[in-house]
Write a protein that binds this ligand. Structure first.
Ligand code: GRG
Length: 299
């Protein structure tokens, strides 16, 4: 018997929306002649590479769940993907994770050079805020979006989490300390994606709180699954190197909890995420299916 996987609604939504997101990213990286050709090429090489586009999809889904047309939320979706892409390009640098493969291609500094990769990240981070300013929303909402994205990308979130991750957990650290790193490093970008969608969609406080709870559980689950894929995934499917965490002696969820307990934790976090959005009913069907995708994914 052919059964439809629970994440199918997300897969279908992503199939329709990813070309729209990619077209918007493509339009936003044409640039005029003042942008050096090599920089334009390297930005587009990294940004338009075949990633999953989960964060921009989350922006569009959150806006949709709040009754806002996805087109209105597109600049916010692009801005979040730009920050995400900058963080990947910088994370791959020799001074950080020193990776040679990303999204199935040589990393930006391997394809170009280190200086270019640093500058690609710098340009994308700056452009994210310019793109947010293009939102067709009341000015106070645009200001809130800028503030939220700046906080999520900043010293107390993405960058702070990355600094602590690079330093490594001190001996005796446990789940609380590991969660604290990943709430900032991975979770903050998921959370801000949902928050921007909610702001653009003029969500009330209850809806925002529900989306926050959803995103916090989803973000951690995503990281637990990411760690599991580093143990049991395939480089060809993932488009990035596997086994790096163990090679670097990193403390990850499977190291701390074991593989089976990590799988159970990811499942529990996803259940909690799905419960958080029950009040939205059918309007959150795509968010619900995305949560299922995060746990089922092999890439
Ligand atoms: C350099 C400030 C700075 C931060 C880097 C993003 C990041 C922080 C590190 C990347 C390394 C990593 C494996 C992080 C954990 C989860 C994560 C962000 C994975 C990549 O996200 P996907 O799988 O990537 O959604 P795609 O390519 O599909 O967009």
């Amino acid at each position: 018997m052919n059964s439809v996987p629970p994440c199918q609604a997300f897969v279908d939504f992503a199939r329709t929306m990813r070309p729209e997101i990619d077209a918007a990213l493509d339009r936003s990286t044409q640039y005029d002649k003042d942008c050096p050709a090599v920089l334009r090429e390297a930005i587009r090489y990294s940004l338009l590479a075949p990633g999953k586009r989960l964060r921009p999809l989350l922006v569009l889904m959150a806006a949709d769940a709040c009754g806002c047309p996805w087109r209105t939320a597109m600049p916010a979706a692009c801005a979040v993907e730009m920050v995400h892409c900058y963080s990947l390009v910088h994370d791959d640098l020799p001074a950080m994770d020193d990776d040679r493969l990303r999204r199935g291609r040589p990393t930006c500094h391997v394809q170009y050079d280190e200086a270019t990769a640093i500058l690609v990240g710098d340009a994308l981070l700056a452009q994210a805020f310019g793109t947010l300013s293009e939102l067709d929303c009341p000015a106070p909402n645009i200001v809130r979006c800028c503030r939220e994205l700046a906080a999520a990308a900043g010293a107390c979130s993405l960058v702070g989490g990355q600094v602590d991750d690079l330093a490594g957990l001190p001996p005796g650290s446990g789940l609380e300390e590991l969660d604290r790193i990943h709430r900032r490093k991975t979770g903050a970008m998921f959370r801000v994606a949902l928050r921007l969608g909610a702001i653009v969609g003029d969500a009330d406080a209850a809806a925002q709180a529900a989306l926050d709870r959803y995103s916090q559980n989803l973000g951690l689950a995503f990281q637990v699954v990411d760690d599991l894929l580093d143990v049991g995934g395939r480089t060809e499917t993932l488009g990035k190197s596997v086994g790096k965490d163990a090679a670097q002696g990193k403390i990850t969820y499977p190291v701390l909890l074991g593989v089976e307990a990590s799988q159970r934790r990811a499942t529990a976090l996803i259940q909690e995420a799905r419960q958080a959005i029950e009040a939205f009913g059918e309007k959150a069907a795509h968010l619900d299916a995305l949560a299922q995708f995060v746990i089922d994914r092999d890439r």
